[in-house]
Ligand binder design. Structure first.
Ligand code: NAD
Length: 294
């Protein structure tokens, strides 16, 4: 339980709905462990109240705020600066009240997207050097976009993106275009219904990620991958889903003999720890957080 005093500093979380969130548990555990007199509180903020809520970060001299739906794609309008990856993604999940040389918050607000950073940090922590790798990525929503953009900026050589032909498909074509124009990574957009192409690309890839909601409720009995023959043994297999801890796709990969198979827990943890470092400048002990959060 944090010892809140007149000196305690505030980090927000602005989203709607928000009462189900795990974020304050993670943040407050980290601030406590790091010896920071900081708390995070969740606020119900939608697009209508967002402008005033962001202004309150300046007025209340808050350290910043996490941003979730429906505000991630809108909040940039009220900020002073946006980080390159967040700009390319078109989504911000962390707003930092920038500090001056004396460590005082300035009221100048900068937006970041730590979702993509969190995914790649999770792989680094497993000892995986992903520079130069070929990737197959399923999904073109918020999570997939953040992963693709950060990976392309950080040295992934090729990304083959697959998606069903729903409303997200054209977003995928835009992301591919942005990546090809702004990074050294070669990105391609493909139809997920083309199973022959998906299998060919998965056999040629080093890294695979499913960043759709398939595998979690209400789609927990489904996988985007038709059968185990799509996986080769040395493919690194990742899912952004963290509940359940093991999706149908992850089970298929393990059955096929893949040894490096990871769920979305590390992406979730590291997106928070990276945001915490942006607010306080401190690294949080990773093993401690994993042990406490389970
Ligand atoms: P989103 O709504 O922005 O995108 C959903 C994506 O899933 C789209 O590409 C869509 O076309 C695809 N999709 C939806 N239904 C499908 C179906 N039946 N078959 C195939 N594809 C389908 O969602 P998002 O925010 O990008 O989240 C995607 C997943 O990533 C969710 O499972 C979410 O829980 C997870 N996620 C995890 C973290 C983390 O920290 N681990 C962070 C963000 C999101």
């Amino acid at each position: 339980m944090p010892n809140v005093t007149g000196h305690t500093e505030l980090v927000g979380l602005m989203a709607y709905p928000i009462r189900h969130t795990q974020s304050p548990t993670t943040h407050n555990l980290a601030y406590d462990k790091n010896g920071d007199d900081v708390i995070q509180l969740a606020f119900e903020v939608d697009n209508d109240s967002l402008k005033d809520a962001v202004q309150s970060i300046r007025a209340l001299k808050m350290l910043g705020s996490n941003i979730s739906m429906p505000n991630k794609t809108v909040v940039h309008k009220y900020l002073d600066e946006v980080d390159e990856a967040a700009k390319l993604c078109g989504a911000i999940n962390t707003v930092v009240n920038m500090r001056d040389e004396n460590g005082q918050v300035t009221g100048k607000l900068k937006g970041y997207n730590t979702d993509g950073m969190g995914y790649w940090q999770g792989l680094k922590e497993e000892g995986i050097d992903f520079k130069g790798m070929k990737m197959v990525l399923i999904g073109t929503g918020g999570a997939a976009t953040a992963i693709a953009v950060r990976g392309a900026l950080d040295g992934i050589a090729e990304i083959e993106i697959f998606n069903i032909k729903d409303k997200f498909y054209s977003r995928g074509e835009e992301i591919v275009d942005l990546i090809n124009k702004n990074t050294n990574c070669k990105a391609t957009m493909n139809d997920l219904a083309d199973h022959d192409l998906l299998k060919e690309k998965m056999h040629a890839a080093d890294l695979f990620c499913d960043a759709t909601g398939v595998g979690m409720h209400p789609l927990e009995d489904l996988s985007n991958i038709p059968d185990t023959s799509f996986f080769k043994k040395d493919l690194i297999v990742t899912d952004t889903v963290y509940a359940p801890r093991e999706t149908v796709m992850m089970k298929q990969a393990k059955e096929a003999g893949c040894e490096k198979v990871y769920n979305g827990m590390s992406m979730m943890l590291f997106q928070a720890l990276i945001a915490i470092k942006l607010y306080t400048g401190k690294d949080t002990p990773v093993d401690y957080m994993k042990e406490k959060l389970g």
